[in-house]
Design a protein around this ligand. Sequence first.
Ligand code: AMP
Ligand code: ZN
Length: 113
Amino acid sequence: MDDCLFCRIVRRESPARLVKEDDLALAFRDTNPQAPTHILIIPKAHIQSIDAARPEDEPVLGRLLLMAQVIAREEGIVGGYRLVFNNGRGAGQTVFHIHLHLLGGRPFRWPPG
Ligand code: AMP
Ligand code: ZN
């Protein structure tokens, strides 16, 4: 999508601190980190939200989770980490290209705010 910030990062038209990339997914550091480790993991193809995902998106959605697992190990996160998809404005989604938040390096409370 031409006017999507995260598509522009995929195309290297916007800067990002890249962490990992494979054929389906890209990971980069959040510019406004909410934890010592805060990384966003996105599909390279534009999908607006979890709500807009289709059955054929299942492989890439699985890839996001497994990439998070690998990055959490590589980042040396100990004591657990939090994975979050904000879906829709009411849940705090501000960028409408699916992104999995990987947060670690501090304690997390439940329920989330
Ligand atoms: P959400 O509120 O779930 O849609 O999350 C959007 C996230 O994207 C926020 O945590 C922002 O800090 C982050 N963000 C916005 N612009 C950028 C950018 N150019 N590079 C990295 N992270 C960004
Ligand atoms: Zn996009």
